[in-house]
Ligand binder design. Structure first.
Ligand SMILES: [Zn+2]
Length: 265
């Protein structure tokens, strides 16, 4: 018995020619074509958006330093969270013994309590930068508090400079280093509007966690490059940091690198 075809294709061997029915492939083809047009249009729009996007103005124009010139045989040693009544004198003694100068990022509150220590820093040839008034992470602070947190300590630094007779020797600092590196777009915009310089770093061993001196030295040495800004910490318990300074400086000198102050502007 002859087997009957079960589909139109089996009848014709190709397109739908079921007797009495209209061709059915024309509509899907048109749909596929439109889908391509829509896809091309959409990707064109996405690419146009991508190439025409520009970062916001503060991002483009804000001054920031994250390292010195990589072509110069120099590194800068910096300390956050200064001054501290016990640790700052130890750091000063270590720096004096090593024969180098450093930049201390001071907290406004500490400056108010220990102006004499800040004055000693300047008199011994070190420089001051601003590390906020109360050491709050600025990305968690209301905009209305930015003036107090960011601008106020510059006034304290200016007072100490005046007391130390340093105001005519070097320009007043514009350096600001945000506590914990806490930044967001509002903070960035505030720094930009006030023509401040974001003082970043390129060598961070994490000595804020108070590891022993050998770990601090090994960490700094392992990544030391010309132009580095080395981030270290003053403050309660930073004995390892004070002990590590002479070894860090000796390693820098062995690599032919001089220790310099960060540019203040
Ligand atoms: Zn800090």
């Amino acid at each position: 018995m002859e087997q009957l075809p079960s589909t139109p294709a089996q009848v014709s061997g190709g397109a739908s020619t079921w007797p009495g029915s209209a061709p059915v492939e024309a509509a899907p083809r048109r749909a596929v074509w439109w889908r391509w047009v829509a896809w091309l249009g959409l990707s064109g729009l996405i690419w146009a958006g991508y190439f025409s996007w520009r970062p916001p103005q503060p991002m483009l124009e804000m001054r920031h330093i994250e390292h010195l010139s990589r072509d110069m045989p120099e590194v800068a040693i910096t300390f956050d969270d200064a001054p501290h009544p016990v640790i700052t004198p130890l750091l000063l003694a270590s720096l004096r013994r090593a024969g180098v100068k450093a930049t201390f990022f001071v907290i406004g509150q500490g400056l108010k309590r220990y102006p004499e220590l800040a004055r000693r820093l300047l008199l011994e040839g070190h420089e001051l930068g601003n590390h906020s008034q109360n050491h709050h992470n600025l990305s968690t602070v209301e905009r209305s508090a930015f003036a107090e947190e960011v601008l106020h300590p510059f006034g304290g630094i200016a007072d100490v400079r005046r007391l130390s007779g340093a105001e005519n020797l070097t320009p007043q600092t514009r350096l600001f280093r945000p506590p914990g590196g806490g930044m967001d777009r509002d903070v960035m915009e505030f720094l930009w509007r006030n023509k401040l310089t974001l003082a970043w770093w390129s060598n961070n061993v994490g000595d804020w966690a108070r590891p022993p001196a050998w770990k601090i030295f090994n960490g700094v040495e392992a990544h030391m490059r010309p132009g580095d800004i080395i981030l270290l910490h003053d403050g309660l318990g930073a004995y390892g940091t004070a002990q590590a300074i002479p070894i860090i400086v000796r390693e820098a000198h062995d690599q032919g690198l001089q220790c310099v102050l960060m540019p203040q502007q």
